[in-house]
Structures are given as structure tokens and as C-alpha cells.
Design a binder for this molecule. Structure first.
Ligand code: NAD
Ligand code: TYD
Length: 341
């Protein structure tokens, strides 16, 4: 099988490519990535000499880049996106361009070229903020609240329309918050780990009681591979761990692993429109495809902290350049509300 992966130089995409080439050594993977601030070829340095892996620098918004990449591929796994909620609050333009127009562009070319399978990697954020006790199954109403979530939901619905209108063989997955190696240190877990490692304060938004259903990235990648092989066209599969926990619980756990006290926590101005709670019902993928998560939060956090602790050069590179400016605006200068930036 020849798979085109978009956004494979990012966090989940790089873990997915590694998972596929380890599990299916005869598969060929073509990675098309624009290499934005979030894309880093170092994430795949161990695969550079693998004859079944190829990288192409390209933009999903540019038809010429896509047309040459998808010739002869059996399947597309579409990760490429702008993925950080805070950045979407500051400026949503790139989110609409890549996540909506780019996804349309890619699906349209894939349909015209008769690509046999297309996996759209969506998110549980399309369901919006859930009431205590609720869990979203695949039929739960969509109510995206951030510009990021709205851009993902727009393409999620476009994908649905392509199935119904053209019988385009698309499958949608909606995963909860991922964590693990190679995640850019702007998202909660890698940001808190890297700040704790350098002895800085850890900025927790609001009261810290917002809940997320954290899934270890390798569990997510295994689920995506199962859906790619055995999922049914036109279907949606939720992928989550199933135990929402508060941000404070996660941050305290990271501090404990690193031997630091809770005094490092600093409560800062809340994110505008901050979703209180995400919680998934992932019974369908377990029932139909036999997938279950294997890595619990405690074990996953220990592995993640160890990875960051042993990759200081990777952290330093990620935190240089454009990130430094972003970080200073958000955290050093945090009297400024995000909406004003
Ligand atoms: P990421 O930000 O780490 O990586 C995104 C990658 O896409 C980068 O390599 C970037 O260079 C590339 N990219 C961006 N714009 C592009 C464009 N126009 N053309 C080609 N490449 C482009 O993101 P991630 O956390 O790995 O997320 C991957 C996908 O999974 C996204 O679609 C995201 O919405 C979805 N998702 C993420 C999570 C999560 O917790 N991180 C959860 C559920 C779903
Ligand atoms: P994030 O990793 O940005 O994922 P998402 O907003 O897509 O769920 O944030 C996870 C949670 O952590 C969310 O409730 C916001 C919170 N958070 C903080 O409290 N401080 C931070 O510095 C960041 C980046 C996030």
C-alpha cells in the first residue's frame, strides 16, 4: 500500500508515519508537509534512510503540490492543519486557509484522481464544551466554540458531504487531546514539562478545572491505522481514552514526576471562550474494530516527561525563532488579553 500523509512532520503525523513503517515494513509513505513553525523534519530523522519513506515540501492549499503527490497513492491520511486554539484566537486566517480550503482542495483532487481511501483526522473539539456527566458519541450535535474547532468542524462536514454526494471514500476520526513525544511545546503538556524543566512558572488558565480526555499519541496512531485498514467508508469514529481529568491534575502530576512542588503553578487570565469540558464516548471503535487504549495517563506522562528530558536540543530548537516571539506575547506579557493580540 502507498499512503500519502499530509502534515507528517508535525506531532501526530510523525508518530503515525513511524508506527506505519514499523508495523508494515513493505508500505510506502509519502509525507507532504509545508513545514510551518509546527513542522520539523527532525521528528523523522530516524527514517531518512528508509527507502519506503519520502518527504515532499508542499502546501495542501496549492493544487500543483497536491496533484503530483497523490498520483498512484492508495490512501491519504490528512493531518495537515493549524492546530493550536490560542493561535486561532489571535488570528484565524491560516486556520481557515489550511484547515478548510486546504482540506477541500485535497479532497477535491483525491476525488478526481479516484484515490481509494481518505482519512480525515478531526477532533473532539467539534462537539464543543460538554455538561458534567455527558459524553459525546458520534451522533452528538456539533457545537464548535473556538475558531480552530470551527475550522475543523467545517471540513468534517465537507467530508460528510463528499461521502453523501459523490460516494467519495472518506472516513472521519475525532480524537481527544493527544500527548507524547514530538509535541510542539505550545500545547498544555509539553509546555508545562519544558517550563518545569527550565525552572519557570507554569501558567494555568482560569481556575485550572477545565477537563480534557488525554490520549497517548501511540494509542491514537494505532487507532488510525486500524480505521485506515478496517473502517467503513462514510463512518465517523471517536478515539479517546475515556477519563476526562482537570488541567490542574495533569500539571500537578507533571510537577510530581519532576520532583517540583505545586508552588510552581501560576494562575493566569483565562482563555477567551475557554471550553470547560471535553469527554468522548469511544465505544463504537472498540465494538466495531476492536481498538482499546493501552497507555494510562500516569504511565504516559512518565514516558512523555522522559522523552523531553532526554531531548534538550529538540526543545531548544522548537523554542527558538518564531516561538520566542509568540511565547513572550502570551506568557511574559500576559496582562494583555488574547483577543487584543
Ligand atoms: P501539528 O501542529 O503538530 O502539526 C501540523 C503539521 O501540518 C505540521 O507539520 C505543519 O507543518 C503541517 N501543515 C500546516 N499547514 C500546512 C499546509 N497548508 N500544507 C501542508 N502541511 C501543513 O498538529 P498535530 O497536533 O500533529 O495535529 C495533527 C492533526 O490532528 C490536525 O489535523 C489536528 O486538528 C488533529 N488533531 C490533533 C489533536 C491533538 O491533540 N494534537 C487531537 C485531535 C485531532
Ligand atoms: P491545549 O493543549 O491548548 O489544547 P486544547 O485547548 O485544544 O484542548 O490546552 C489544553 C488545556 O490546557 C485547555 O483547557 C487550556 C489549558 N492551558 C493552560 O491552562 N495553560 C496553557 O499555557 C495552555 C497552553 C493550555
Amino acid at each position: 500500500m502507498k499512503i500519502l500523509v499530509t502534515g507528517g512532520a508535525g506531532f501526530i503525523g510523525s508518530n503515525f508515519i513511524r508506527h506505519i513503517l514499523r508495523t508494515y515494513p513493505r508500505y510506502a509513505v509519502l509525507n507532504l508537509d509545508k513545514l510551518t513553525y509546527a513542522g520539523n523534519l527532525e521528528n523523522l530523522a530516524d527514517l531518512e534512510s528508509n527507502p519506503n519513506y519520502q518527504f515532499i515540501k508542499g502546501d495542501v492549499c496549492v493544487s500543483a503540490d497536491i496533484e503530483s503527490a497523490l498520483r498512484g497513492v492508495d490512501a491519504i491520511v490528512h493531518f495537515a492543519a493549524e492546530s493550536h486554539v490560542d493561535r486561532s484566537i489571535a488570528d484565524a486566517r491560516a486556520f481557515v486557509e489550511t484547515n478548510v480550503q486546504g482540506t477541500y482542495n485535497l479532497m477535491d483532487s483525491a476525488r478526481r484522481n479516484r484515490v481509494g481511501r481518505f482519512l480525515y483526522v478531526s477532533t473532539d473539539e467539534v462537539y464543543g464544551s460538554l455538561a458534567p456527566g455527558d459524553r459525546a458519541d458520534e451522533g452528538f450535535p456539533l457545537a464548535p466554540n473556538s475558531p480552530y474547532a470551527a475550522s475543523k468542524a467545517a471540513s468534517d462536514l465537507l467530508a460528510r458531504s463528499f461521502w453523501h454526494t459523490y460516494a467519495f471514500p472518506v472516513i472521519i476520526t475525532r480524537a481527544s487531546n493527544n500527548y507524547g513525544p514530538y509535541q510542539f511545546p505550545e500545547k498544555l503538556i509539553p509546555l508545562m514539562i519544558t517550563l518545569a524543566l527550565e525552572g519557570s512558572k507554569l501558567p494555568v488558565y482560569g481556575d485550572g478545572l477545565n477537563e480534557r480526555d488525554w490520549i497517548f499519541v501511540e494509542d491514537h496512531c494505532r487507532a488510525l491505522s486500524i480505521v485506515l485498514h478496517d473502517g467503513r467508508g462514510g463512518e465517523i469514529y471517536n478515539i479517546g481514552y475515556g477519563q476526562p481529568v482537570s488541567n490542574l491534575t495533569v500539571v500537578r502530576q507533571i510537577l510530581r514526576i519532576l520532583g517540583r512542588t505545586d508552588e510552581a503553578i501560576e494562575f493566569v487570565t483565562d482563555r477567551p471562550g475557554h471550553d470547560r469540558r471535553y469527554a468522548l464516548n469511544a465505544a463504537k471503535i472498540e465494538r466495531e474494530l476492536g481498538w482499546k487504549p493501552e497507555v494510562g495517563l500516569d504511565a504516559g506522562l512518565i514516558r512523555t516527561v522522559e522523552w523531553y528530558r532526554s531531548h534538550p536540543d529538540w526543545i531548544q530548537e522548537a523554542k527558538s525563532g518564531e516561538y520566542r516571539e509568540y511565547y513572550e506575547r502570551f506568557y511574559v506579557n500576559r496582562g494583555t488579553s488574547l483577543a487584543e493580540i
